[in-house]
Design a protein around this ligand. Structure first.
Ligand code: OSB
Ligand code: MG
Length: 370
């Protein structure tokens, strides 16, 4: 496969509801779509998920656009790739910027899927026909609002609830949810906002039979997670701390986590994410696929990846309607009555990008042609 043209489309997509975490409050997302076109005219799509600012990761959409245009796209244009895997060797001189690489790798992967007429899921070792859908709920102004949202999501059929927490907004929320909704599948995500000084609070959370506590401590501190893990019975899940296969091996050796949240964007692509899933399984760690509030384009890759047999918890992959009034793909991603999303069998994304909707949200566009 040889890419002749790369287009980068900057969209701004308004979220239905503000999404607040311990690191930011987000009301819209910068969505950069990558469209690659091959010699024969076949196309592929990917999505850049980096944020307005360097809050969750050091990457931002503006910096990533620069890195893509100046360093990654010029290496890709005209290069002969046997398979999407070759993209990683081709760009290995570029250190870091996993989200920028993931966006381009996804576009190549969906292009390749169309060229060889095999579904995306199959290309990443997926086996399932449906993936288990959970929902991630942001911090709310009041406990009542949180309970209303949990109730609505359970009615919609989501299999498990994840809530964001931060110091001061934690035990009370979990206690309220447990008393109103009983033994539902429930987990919390702190986005690294606690330290061991908060141990008494974390110890209290340990009493609520949570599926896991996600990224309680700083992203760059595996040792403290290992210490915490030995003191709690609730499994520790790592998100921000895991950027590579080596990080999973280290976390496992230290006993810093029992579970990993695997996000293609955070680890440099869907193929990298697959390696991490397989490493986690080999080391006896649990795993599931996390999200970055993807549009319908990025969601296709999450769904494909979550069909991998190493996934053994519900995923942060919700339906289009949880995020957007109008998604940019047709059909939108919809929840089945079983609380799952169906894994498409059609090659490419498995859904169509709706150009007229893309145009509505479009702010800027760049293209590079060979
Ligand atoms: O920490 O998992 C996270 C969204 C943006 C950045 C970080 C996180 C999240 C989510 C949302 O929790 C998951 C989703 O529904 O896409
Ligand atoms: Mg997280």
């Amino acid at each position: 496969m040889e890419v002749r043209k790369v287009e980068l489309l900057l969209l701004e997509m308004k979220l239905k509801e503000e999404f607040r975490t311990s690191v930011e409050a987000l009301s819209s997302r910068p969505v950069v779509l990558v469209r690659v076109e091959e010699r024969g005219g076949e196309e592929g799509w990917g999505e850049l998920v980096s944020d307005w600012g360097p809050w969750y990761s050091y990457e931002t959409y503006e910096v990533d656009l620069l890195v893509m245009r100046k360093y990654l796209v010029p290496q890709l244009l005209g290069a002969h790739l046997e398979a999407p895997e070759d993209f990683h060797a081709l760009t290995s001189r570029v250190r870091g910027y996993p989200m920028a690489k993931a966006a381009l790798e996804e576009a190549l992967l969906s292009l390749y899927s169309r060229l060889v007429r095999r579904p995306l899921a199959e290309l990443v070792g997926g086996r399932r026909e449906e993936v288990d859908s959970g929902v991630s709920i942001g911090l709310k102004p009041t406990v009542e609002e949180l309970l209303k949202e949990v109730s609505r999501r359970l009615e919609e059929g989501y299999q498990r609830i994840k809530i964001k927490i931060e110091p001061g907004l934690d035990v009370e929320l979990v206690r309220a949810i447990r008393s109103q909704f009983g033994g539902i599948k429930l987990q919390v995500d702190a986005n690294g906002s606690y330290t061991m000084a908060h141990f008494p609070t974390l110890r209290k959370l340990d009493e609520y039979d949570l599926l896991m506590i996600e990224q309680p401590l700083a992203y760059d501190d595996l040792v403290q997670h290992a210490i915490l893990s030995r003191k709690l019975s609730t499994p520790i899940c790592l998100d921000e701390s895991i950027r590579s296969v080596q990080d999973v091996a280290l976390a496992s050796a230290l006993g810093a986590a029992e579970v990993v949240n695997v996000k293609p964007a955070r680890v440099g692509g869907v193929l990298k994410a697959r390696e991490i899933l397989e490493t986690a399984r080999a080391l006896g760690l649990g795993a599931w696929v996390g999200g970055m509030l993807e549009s319908g384009v990025g969601r296709a890759f999450l769904v494909a990846l979550a069909s991998h047999p190493a996934v053994n918890y519900p995923n942060d992959i919700s339906a289009s309607s949880r995020y957007w009034e109008e998604d940019i793909v047709e059909p939108p991603w919809e929840l089945t009555p079983r609380g799952t999303l169906r894994v498409p069998r059609a090659p490419g994304l498995g859904v169509e990008v709706v150009e007229s909707t893309v145009r509505k949200y479009l702010k800027e566009k760049w293209s590079a042609v060979l």
